[in-house]
Design a protein around this ligand. Structure first.
Ligand code: SF4
Length: 392
């Protein structure tokens, strides 16, 4: 039976992430908390960090089992062979050997669900450890995604967010080979015809993979929401080249212009990294000015941090940490202004809001089609419903 973390459980599974700066520290803290609360329980560590640093993790006192990317789906079998007090076991293989695809979805709040349709990445961005932790790009089949979407609709889900590590690269089989008949564009087209689901969102898509035909299909769809999240990472072509990104800023600007010409109400979120090695004040200013000029709605700003095994470690000079933080602050301020402006433009408009099922302090929340967050006093008849809402 699944339990809350604060309850006592026989087995604790910690799913680690390599994207957070403090994966190691956070993992140690959690294991210590478990040991204090329930010293006889089994502790299993899995996820990206477990794949990247299995030996390091096995050295944390109290850890019983470390499972890599391929083995995490066999957790039940491993648990049968495990006794508290045995020496820590590691079960992982080289990431090149990881294949297969395991579809999964979250069902915490039935209103909106994240459906994984793709995993792994074949790109080699110099700052990123994800390909080392998740392996080659592979995807579910279109038929299976549609089956899952229909199953979710039967459970009462209204909105599906399509997720993947490199979602736009959808269409590679479980062995990583490209399937001629499957692509992200085809997936979008096919899902659009599933009458049972009311809304889809595309979680994040690389600008070079967000083709004109995908944009056109979303623009003509009643089910795909006018909302894109497109990583930029830098507004300087020189830095993009050092990052080994597969586009230049001109392509990014074209994509944004194309989206806004077809969907002027569309929300566009942008990921950006500040303080990448060799990013000078001039490069940063280029990024700032570029983002300022783009018709986008909000930013997710990441401060660059060094990761073992990445090529970016060889790029010099490094940017002092305090400068990285100053740049982060400048872009967060810009993001706030962009979001204010975007909201302002929609005042007085009536848009469709999908309200979530739960209430907090007597309030309920939901998102408009174009990702404006709405909060209002709880009304049971609106829970998990799409409601016409005038933005004030
Ligand atoms: S495309 Fe994304 S996941 Fe793939 S290497 Fe680049 S940053 Fe990492």
């Amino acid at each position: 039976m699944k339990k809350e973390f604060d309850d006592r459980a026989d087995v604790y599974v910690i799913n680690t992430c390599s994207v957070t700066d403090n994966a190691d520290k956070e993992c140690r803290q959690l294991v210590r908390r478990i040991q204090r609360k329930s010293p006889e329980s089994l502790v299993v560590i899995t996820g990206c960090y477990a794949q990247l640093k299995p030996k390091e993790i096995s050295g944390i006192p109290g850890v019983d089992l470390v499972l890599g990317a391929a083995e995490k789906f066999n957790i039940a079998t491993h648990l049968k062979e495990l006794t508290k007090g045995d020496s820590t076991r590691i079960s992982s293989c080289d990431i090149e050997e990881v294949s297969g695809f395991h579809a999964s979805y979250s069902l915490n709040d039935r209103t909106r669900t994240f459906l994984k349709v793709q995993d792994g990445c074949d790109y080699g961005c110099t700052f990123c450890t994800i390909p080392m932790a998740r392996g080659k790009s592979r995807s579910d089949s279109i038929d299976n995604v549609i089956r899952n979407a229909k199953e979710l609709a039967q459970k009462g889900v209204k909105e599906i967010v399509l997720t993947g590590v490199n979602l736009g690269d959808f269409g590679k089989g479980v062995d990583g080979a490209k399937k001629a008949e499957e692509s992200f564009y085809r997936l979008v087209q096919e899902l659009d015809n599933v009458s049972e689901i009311e809304r889809y969102r595309i979680s994040s898509i690389e600008p070079n993979l967000l083709s004109e035909e995908i944009i056109r299909t979303v623009a003509g769809s009643k089910k795909f929401m006018p909302h894109f999240h497109i990583p930029l990472q830098s507004g300087s072509n020189e830095i993009l080249r050092l990052m080994r990104r597969r586009y230049q800023r001109e392509l990014y600007a074209e994509r944004v212009e194309h989206i806004m010409s077809l969907m002027p109400h569309c929300a566009i979120g942008v990921d950006v990294i500040v303080g990448f090695p060799s990013e000078s004040d001039e490069h940063f200013q280029e990024t700032f000015d570029f983002l300022h000029s783009l018709d986008i709605s909000y930013l997710h700003v990441f401060t660059y941090s060094e990761r073992d095994g990445t090529k970016a470690l060889d790029i010099k000079p490094v940017v002092p940490v305090h400068v990285r933080h100053e740049r982060n602050k400048a872009l967060r301020n810009l993001s706030y202004m962009k979001m204010q402006y975007f909201t302002e433009q929609h005042r007085g408009q009536t848009r469709k809001v999908l309200f979530e099922g739960h209430q907090k302090n007597g309030m309920m929340e939901g998102y408009t089609d174009n990702y404006l967050r709405i909060s209002t006093p709880y009304r049971a008849e609106w829970a998990n419903q799409i409601v016409d809402w005038t933005i004030t």
